[in-house]
Design a binder for this molecule. Structure first.
Ligand code: 6PG
Length: 243
């Protein structure tokens, strides 16, 4: 299927569009099912979106009491470490909105990675959409690394497709190496998945990921293919410059 790519002038325009889609997904989910289940991503790119959602007018267009926040991946560092995806989202977004604390389903990163994965699988189970053992997310936000990784699914790392969550060790740009990641089968059951891609350093890899050739092992972002949902690529002009 032809990828659905939208190109924006800047990260600001891209983030505004993403905020609109976030608001739309939230209202549709809340109207249909009474709650909005969203999986956030780490990395620097979504911070612009998080900042917008934390301020007016966007903040007031979401019924935060009905939002449940999860993470698509997490770095195994203390929860108050700036490298923690939870810490980043809390600081920029969650501390500024009226979301109940028990709706923020953070990864318990104080344990060792394999136990963290087991513990988070349990958290997901509490929101499971049978026959799945995990929730069908209304929205999944994802980024992509210069190397084609997404969430913490890195090139060449084995992905045990039988598990909803895996523990991973990967070195990337000096960021924390021990991580956990949801696996493609969890992401791919979502209703909507949005990639946020910004910057020239992503341009070549983006062309490969969106190209006709499939290299699932080398370009894990290609593993994201929703089974019965929508996949959107929001890309700024710099990242799109080689498409
Ligand atoms: C993480 C991420 C990761 C990120 C990409 C892109 O926890 O590191 O979830 O997959 O999205 O590395 O990061 P940037 O947005 O900083 O380029």
């Amino acid at each position: 299927m032809k990828p659905n790519i939208k190109v924006y002038k800047s990260i600001d325009d891209l983030s505004l569009a993403a905020a609109q889609l976030f608001i739309e997904s939230a209202s549709q989910a809340i109207a249909a099912r009474g709650q909005f289940l969203v999986a956030l991503s780490g990395g620097g790119t979504p911070n612009h979106l998080y900042r917008l959602l934390a301020g007016a007018p966007q903040r007031n267009q979401i019924d935060w009491q009905k939002v449940h926040v999860f993470w698509g991946d997490e770095r195994i560092v203390p929860m108050d470490n700036p490298g923690s995806n939870y810490f980043q989202a809390r600081k920029v977004l969650l501390d500024h909105v009226n979301i109940p604390m028990d709706h923020v389903h953070r990864v318990q990163s104080s344990l060792e990675p394999a136990s963290v994965a087991i513990e988070y699988a349990q958290t997901l189970k509490e929101f499971a959409a049978p026959p799945l053992d995990w929730p069908r997310f209304d929205l999944v936000l994802l980024g992509m690394g210069d190397d084609g990784h997404t969430a913490s699914l890195f090139p060449g790392s084995p992905v045990d497709e039988s598990e909803p969550i895996i523990a991973v060790t990967a070195n990337y740009q000096g960021r924390p190496a021990n991580r956990i990641s949801l696996t493609p089968r969890v992401f791919n059951s979502a209703r909507r998945i949005i990639f946020l891609i910004s910057g020239l350093s992503k341009a070549v890899t983006l062309t490969q990921v969106l190209g006709e050739d499939s290299h699932l092992d080398l370009l894990p972002a290609q593993r994201i293919q929703p089974t019965d949902g929508e996949l959107l690529w929001l890309v700024d002009e710099a990242a799109a410059s080689k498409l």
